[in-house]
Write a protein that binds this ligand. Structure first.
Ligand SMILES: Cc1cc2nc3c(=O)[nH]c(=O)nc-3n(C[C@H](O)[C@H](O)[C@H](O)COP(=O)(O)O)c2cc1C
Length: 180
């Protein structure tokens, strides 16, 4: 089985997650895994199964590039086994003022883009490195931590919720579903 893992990233953690997925799948029986950033050239018809990943970015959204990719290839993706994943700091989501936000909710919005629902999806942990953030992102995040989280802080905190074991479990489960 040829599996394509296609992702986009802003600061690199989704690329790391995608490469962990590829590493684990390569260890599965009869699998060849290719990891590619969405901007790279690849031909979907070369693959039996596709895993698509995006970080959660501004306003609880996946990246526009990933959204466009799914919408553009909807028909072709309907013919394949598809898995999705999102990378976020808060994998569990939260309840806030009468509604649930983040986590699995964001994964559901991603899944709703497809004509045929993907077979398996998961929210995976990411990383936030304050020194790497653009000025605009730092400003947005600082606003979030101060206003929503009520934290009195001068800079965005370093946060890490990446979990290689969880990523490998995702890859193993996807393989099991895709091989049926
Ligand atoms: C402007 C901005 C908004 C973000 N919003 C959320 C969010 O709503 N929920 C969340 O869990 N993580 C949020 N994050 C954290 C990212 O999802 C996390 O750092 C992820 O690992 C980034 O992926 P990347 O390194 O592949 O770009 C946000 C990060 C930035 C910079």
């Amino acid at each position: 089985m040829h599996i394509l893992i296609v992702y986009d990233t802003v600061y690199g953690s989704t690329a790391q997650v995608a490469s962990w997925i590829g590493e684990r799948l390569e260890g599965c029986k009869d699998v060849t895994a290719t990891v590619a950033r969405i901007s790279e050239r690849f031909d979907l018809s070369d693959y039996d199964a596709v895993i698509i990943g995006s970080p959660i970015y501004r306003n609880d959204q996946i990246l526009d590039t990933v959204k466009e990719f799914v919408l553009q290839h909807k028909e072709r993706l309907s013919e394949k086994k598809v898995g999705i994943f999102i990378v976020a700091l808060d994998t569990g989501g939260a309840y806030y003022r009468g509604r649930t936000i983040g986590g699995i909710k964001d994964l559901e919005s991603f899944a709703a883009l497809f004509d045929t629902p993907p077979i398996y999806g998961k929210v995976l942990g990411g990383e936030q490195v304050p020194t790497r953030l653009s000025d605009e992102d730092r400003r947005l995040l600082l606003g979030f931590y101060r206003k929503i989280m009520g934290m009195e802080i001068d800079d965005v905190p370093y946060r890490y919720s990446m979990d290689k074991e969880g990523v490998w479990q995702y890859a193993e489960r996807f393989y099991r579903y895709a091989s049926r």
